[in-house]
Design a protein. Structure first.
Lengths: 782, 166
């Protein structure tokens, strides 16, 4: 009981409050090897290892599938095919029936699973899987965007059109007009931990699945309908992922469903961890796009009208291609006001792996198109691209209507860009680079400053909800559970900070626990940068519910008004009574006060009518800008990134250290996408860059030589987000565009900046060299 | 053909009967139960599996257990002091946020320790080049380089203190 004679020591602030640069909650376990990933969970006795048998053809009828040699292989316990699926053979989240767990009579991409084999060891399973005798009858395969767009244009899902104003009239009346096409490549997620699932059969219809997924609830639903059992029989748990980046939003479904199927069929635990090469071939990637654009503009470089057609390689099934291509349209304006626009998507069916979510979710491809259009205008007018960018920024009071009819109400891009422009010495360096290029015959420098405006919220409005569960134990320690998943982004750290802040206790007393559908149900994917916005608010609401009960109890016990009970750092003040949090909790427990609560949150204000192309799909926008400087060797096309300066808006950051990490990592990943990461399929639809030996992501030496990253100061979110912070997962990814444009600038110098280089992505050294050759030929009038 | 492989792992002698083709990483993870060493790419590209063999960093997914028979192996679990105090390089990765998802971290830390042991006066450029064989998809490497610099400083300070004490 509180004792007035023994005052609780007063501390000025708790450890791990919101806005503090707290290390990741698992950092001590990451560095010591104690953090448990799914492959590190102690294996249950009798565990079976699963391997998948994959299609060797891009599009073919399977006329015979002879698995007798697979079944007879050493160590094999069971082989399953489509015929063994007790429920619906579909792992697509939309329930369209276009994405079978196992293909049967028709295969639609190289690497599509046909069967699974479970054996005593992983090695036995993999060797057995290679013994299948499959007879195919080839069908015509559509492998590229061009083949799909210029042919029958089969779509995997309904396209979307956004219109504002009369773009046809605007283009017709514009003083100047330019047309072009931009190609932008896809991207492999390359999460360091591959896909993995471990299924443990339970009583009756029950099964527990440990799976590396960003969306436990969806895995639960998919497993349930594959097994033909109620959702309530399936529990999905994930403590942490070794990276996700969108690649585990829907792509974990297949591995979880397959492991669960084998576990229930055999009564033994089953684990499926594909080899990295198989992971590359089985799972979807970022969509590659070809974007046709037409822009009308004034002699001053002001855009008057834009038309764009976004043709995307969706792969063989819908998966998330609908919302991904929608988001490309939502970001085809980036920071720029289009008085009139018509933006259309074409999610094209191809006989390649079904492309999926990847950090930015189509937004990056939309923005790249916007920046190309700005570049075209700048070159046409002989102006600096930054000048044209700034001229076309959304206004604050006017010129603020988007092509989806949402008003940009929190525009800070003009000030943010002005600040970065001054800080990084853009114009001085521009002059210095021009002088350098005049002197330097072979090595040419380039400079570019590009902005980002990213809409925050799921465009599927119903996804914008979250739940949390907070338990306070009688020693004052706290557990917090919520619907979000930890993939390294620091979500659990931020949520623990939020709960610590609410109770005013040290963060060491707050333990985030594994995400499980058994604790918090009906959750949304940890995606769309919304993890903290949604789950942080839900956890805050749960903590506040308990706080209110504690305050009401204290008020009654010590005869003060409930609002006179103060949760101060490390102690609670109720009138002249002062006590520690554990003391209050114990007293409340003895008085039979409930010390556990759920919390719920749904994002206010948002709505979206897709058919009409109108609404307010985003709660707010996150902003940022980056300035990159590169040096290109014009003899080889090779380049280095000399310097990068970033100014990014995290609102009032919940954790500046984690947010800076997101910005640095997002930038480098975005730079990788636009420069060195190249997916290459051969004429038979086989991915030939299917391992890190051939698919190159940025390594330590590729990081910018000088890398200055700063969070925007004094920029609280104008909306009521959790502690006025802003989402940070995806927006910095698109800061990588500054590298593409700096390369373009360096390339343009070989023809004295007379022609827009129209440098497509990825701007590999080969592509840079080819573009240099093209510009030189054009300058020479060849 | 099964064979007996014996080595010193984190100060303890371990001996297991394994197939000759057993990889060192499999030996450590599945036969010895040390799961801190991770498999990222299966093909010796990513570096998540780096351990020390006789003090030098080695990719354990491209090494046979039999090849290091009789050797002294240190894994990420063996780096901290006996009382659990983190190795200076481990502490630096935690304090300088040189990690996000943590999957590459054990290999990254092991490579970094070897880099400092081989060259106590590492430059930023040395770190860049020295870590080329360790891939991280989360951090963009900025905080990893900072962590290695801080870890190197702390390791050198420890070393200097040891010499002074002698």
């Amino acid at each position: 009981m509180p004792d007035a004679a023994l005052p609780v020591p007063t501390i000025s602030a708790i450890d791990g409050a919101v806005h503090s640069p707290r290390p990741h909650e698992s950092a001590h376990k990451h560095v010591s090897g104690e953090a448990v990933y799914i492959d590190d969970i102690a294996e249950p006795a009798g565990l079976l290892h699963v391997a998948l048998g994959l299609s060797a053809k891009a599009h073919a009828r399977v006329t015979a599938l002879d698995l007798s040699r697979v079944r007879a292989a050493p160590g094999v316990a069971v082989v399953v095919t489509a015929a063994d699926v007790p429920g619906v053979n579909d792992i697509g989240y939309m329930g369209k029936g276009d994405e079978p767990l196992f293909a049967s009579d028709l295969v639609q991409h190289v690497g599509q699973p046909l069967f699974a084999v479970a054996a005593h060891t992983r090695d036995q399973a993999r060797r057995a899987a290679a013994l299948a005798d499959v007879t195919y009858e080839d069908l015509p395969a559509i492998l590229t965007i061009a083949a799909a767009r210029d042919g029958e244009r089969t779509l995997v899902t309904a396209p979307m059109t956004l219109t504002v104003g009369d773009s046809a009239a605007a283009l017709a009346e514009a003083p100047r007009r330019l047309d072009g096409r931009l190609a932008v490549g896809g991207q492999e997620h390359f999460y360091l931990e591959s896909q993995i699932a471990l299924a443990i059969p339970g009583e009756d219809e029950e099964v527990l699945v440990h799976v590396s997924t960003q969306h436990p609830t969806e895995v639960q639903h998919i497993v349930a309908h594959i097994l033909h059992v109620p959702n309530g029989a399936v529990t999905v748990e994930v403590r942490r992922m070794g990276g996700g980046f969108g690649g585990k939003e829907t792509q974990a479904n297949l591995f979880a469903a397959c492991a669960a199927l084998i576990a229930k069929k055999t009564g033994r635990a089953a684990k499926l961890r594909p080899d990295r090469d198989d992971d590359f071939q089985i799972t979807g990637k970022r969509h590659d796009f070809e974007i046709d654009y037409a822009v009308g503009f004034t002699d001053e470089g002001l855009v008057t009208g834009v038309e764009m057609l976004f043709a995307a390689r969706a792969g063989y099934a819908a998966d998330l291609s609908g919302p991904v291509t929608d988001r490309a349209l939502f970001h085809a304006d980036n920071c720029y006001h289009y008085p009139a626009a018509r933006l259309e998507s074409l999610p094209l069916k191809t006989n390649t792996v079904s492309n999926t979510a990847f950090r930015g979710f189509g937004g990056p491809q939309g923005m790249v198109a916007a920046e190309r259009v700005i570049d075209e205008i700048a070159f046409a007018l002989g102006a600096d691209p930054l000048t044209i960018r700034k001229r076309n920024f959304y206004g604050v009071e006017d010129r603020n209507l988007t092509p989806y009819h949402q008003i940009v109400a929190d525009n800070i891009i003009p000030e943010l860009v002005a600040e970065l422009e001054a800080d990084c010495g853009y114009w001085e360096r521009r002059a210095a680079i021009r002088a350098h290029n005049a002197r330097s015959r072979i090595l040419k420098k380039g400079l570019a400053l590009t902005p980002v405006k990213f809409g925050i919220s799921f465009t599927a409005t119903h996804y914008n909800q979250a739940g949390a569960l907070v338990h306070v134990y009688t020693d004052g320690s706290v557990q917090v559970n919520h619907g979000g998943t930890e993939m390294g982004q620091g979500l659990h750290t931020k949520v623990a900070q939020i709960v610590a802040e609410e109770f005013q206790i040290d963060i060491a007393q707050v333990r985030p626990t594994a995400t499980t559908t058994g604790k918090v149900p009906n959750t949304s994917a940890t995606a769309a940068s919304s993890g903290t916005d949604l789950n942080g608010k839900a956890a805050q609401n749960a903590a506040r519910a308990i706080k209110e009960r504690l305050a009401a109890f204290a008020a009654e016990r010590w005869g003060v008004a409930a609002d006179a009970v103060v949760f101060a750092p490390g102690r609670i003040q109720a009138g002249d009574q002062s006590m520690s949090f554990p003391e209050l909790v114990r007293a409340a427990y003895m008085a039979r006060v409930q010390l556990s609560a759920t919390g719920f949150y749904k994002t206010p204000k948002i709505h979206w009518d897709r058919a009409a192309g109108r609404g307010t799909p985003f709660f707010y926008y996150a902003y940022g800008a980056a300035c990159s400087e590169v040096t290109v060797d014009t003899l080889t096309g090779e380049y280095v990134v000399d310097r990068v300066d970033i100014l990014h808006d995290c609102g009032r950051s919940l954790n500046p250290a984690i947010d800076k990490g997101q910005i640095e990592g997002g930038f480098v990943q975005g730079m990788g996408w636009l420069t060195m990461e190249e997916l290459w399929w051969d004429g038979q639809g086989r991915l030939r860059t299917h391992a890190p030996s051939t698919y190159k992501i940025p390594a330590c030496g590729d990081r910018p030589r000088v890398f200055n990253v700063r969070l925007l100061d004094n920029a609280p979110n104008r909306e009521d987000s959790v502690f006025r912070s802003k989402a940070v997962g995806e927006p910095p990814f698109m800061l990588g565009m500054s590298v593409l444009h700096a390369l373009s600038d360096a390339v343009a110098s070989v023809a004295d900046h007379r022609f827009c280089p129209q440098l497509d992505a990825p701007a590999t050294p080969e592509r840079v060299l080819a573009t240099i050759g093209r510009l030189r030929a054009r300058a020479a009038g060849v | 053909m099964p064979c007996t492989v014996t080595m010193t792992v984190n100060g303890k002698t371990v001996s297991r009967e394994v197939e000759e083709r057993t990889l060192l990483v499999t030996f450590l993870r599945e036969h010895v139960g040390l799961t801190g060493t991770h498999v990222g790419c299966d093909t010796s590209q990513c570096g998540a599996c780096v351990v020390h063999v006789d003090g030098r960093s080695v990719k354990s997914c491209a090494t046979l257990a039999l090849q290091v028979d009789g050797a002294t192996v240190t894994t990420i679990e063996g780096l901290a002091a006996a009382d659990g105090a983190l190795h200076p390089m481990q502490a630096a990765f935690r304090e300088h946020h040189g990690l996000q998802c943590g999957f590459c971290t054990p290999g990254m830390v092991m490579s970094a320790v070897d880099l400092v042991n081989s060259n106590p006066s590492l430059s930023e450029q040395d770190i860049r080049e020295g870590l080329e064989g360790n891939i991280c998809r989360c951090t963009g490497y900025h905080n990893i380089v900072k962590a290695v610099q801080a870890g190197a400083e702390a390791m050198n300070a420890d070393q200097a203190a040891k010499i002074a004490a002698e």
